[in-house]
Design a protein around this ligand. Structure first.
Ligand SMILES: Nc1ncnc2c1ncn2[C@@H]1O[C@H](COP(=O)(O)OP(=O)(O)OP(=O)(O)O)[C@@H](O)[C@H]1O
Length: 248
C-alpha cells in the first residue's frame, strides 16, 4: 500500500487550546478518503496544517513520503498538494473556458512571452475544453460564470484545482450550499477522477460521505476518534452517539 499523504503526531495549539491533538493520518494513494466530525472538531485546521496555511506546534506532514512540514503553501502546490476552499473564489465575469485556460497558462509559466504565449494559449484552451468536459461543464464553458447554477460553479472550482495536476486534492465541503439535487453529481464527478489522483474530502453530509468514500476518518475534539471503511463507520455506535449528541 502506497501512502500519498501522511501526518505523524501532528499538533496545533491556539494559546492553551489544543485544536489538533496528536493526529496520525494516512491517506492511501488513489483513495477517496473523507474526514468527518462535528462542528469545531478541527477539520479545517487540519486542512490548513496540511496545506501550509498554518504551522503546526509539533509533528510532521509527509507528501509521497517526503517531509513537507516546513514548506510554504505555494511550494506544496508545486509538489502536487492542491485544495479548494469553502468560499467561492471564482472570477464571475470570465467564462469557465477563459478561467481554466488562464490557470493552465499560469501553471505552464507562459504568460510572459507574447509569441510563445499565443501558441501556448491555444494549447491551453484545448486542454481546458477537455478538462471542462470531464467535469460536466462542456455545455456552459462559454457562458459567463456568474450565470452558472451554483453546483456547476463548485465543479468549476474543482476543475481549476485539478488544472494544477494535483497528486492529492483536498476538498473542503465542495457541496456546501449546493441544492440537494446537484450535490450527488458534484461528488460523483470527483469520485470518477483518475485513479492515480488521491482525494481527501471534508464533508458534513453523511449521505454524501457514505456514497463517496473508500475510507473515513472521524475527528472529535482535535483527535482521531475512529477510522475505517464506510461499513465500519456507519455501524459504529460511538460515532453515531457523537453525531446524535451534536444534533440533540
Ligand atoms: N485562529 C484561531 N484561534 C483560536 N481558535 C481557533 C482558531 N481557528 C480555529 N479555532 C478553534 O479551533 C476549533 C476547531 O476549528 P475548525 O474550524 O478547525 O473546526 P471544524 O471541524 O472545521 O469546524 P466546522 O465544521 O464548524 O467548520 C474551534 O473551536 C475554533 O473555534
Amino acid at each position: 500500500m502506497t501512502i500519498a499523504l501522511e501526518t505523524r503526531g501532528l499538533k496545533c495549539r491556539f494559546g492553551a487550546f489544543v485544536v489538533t491533538n496528536d493526529v496520525n493520518l494516512q491517506v492511501e494513494q488513489g483513495a477517496r478518503h473523507a474526514l468527518i466530525g462535528p462542528n469545531g472538531a478541527g477539520k479545517t485546521t487540519l486542512i490548513n496544517l496540511l496545506t501550509g496555511v498554518l504551522k503546526p506546534t509539533g509533528g510532521e506532514v509527509l507528501l509521497g513520503g517526503e517531509d513537507i512540514t516546513d514548506l510554504p503553501a505555494h511550494q506544496r502546490v508545486k509538489k502536487g498538494l492542491t485544495r479548494t476552499f469553502q468560499i467561492n473564489q471564482l472570477f464571475v465575469d470570465y467564462t469557465p473556458l477563459e478561467t481554466v485556460a488562464l490557470a493552465i497558462s499560469e501553471r505552464d509559466g507562459v504568460g510572459g512571452n507574447l509569441f510563445r504565449g499565443i501558441a501556448s494559449y491555444r494549447q491551453a484552451v484545448d486542454e481546458a475544453a477537455e478538462l471542462l468536459g470531464r467535469f460536466g461543464l462542456d455545455a456552459v464553458m462559454g457562458s459567463r460564470t456568474a450565470t452558472l447554477p451554483y453546483g456547476k460553479q463548485r465543479l468549476l472550482e474543482i476543475a481549476l484545482a485539478f488544472a494544477s495536476k494535483p497528486k492529492v486534492l483536498l476538498l473542503d465541503e465542495p457541496a456546501a450550499g449546493v441544492p440537494e439535487d446537484e450535490r450527488h453529481e458534484v461528488l460523483r464527478i470527483v469520485s470518477d477522477l483518475p485513479g492515480d489522483v488521491t482525494v481527501l474530502l471534508i464533508e458534513h453530509d453523511m449521505d454524501l460521505v457514505f456514497s463517496f468514500a473508500s475510507r473515513i476518518t472521524v475527528l472529535v475534539a482535535g483527535a482521531v476518534f475512529a477510522e475505517g471503511s464506510v461499513a465500519d463507520i456507519s455501524s459504529d455506535t460511538r460515532v453515531k452517539a457523537v453525531y446524535l449528541g451534536e444534533n440533540a
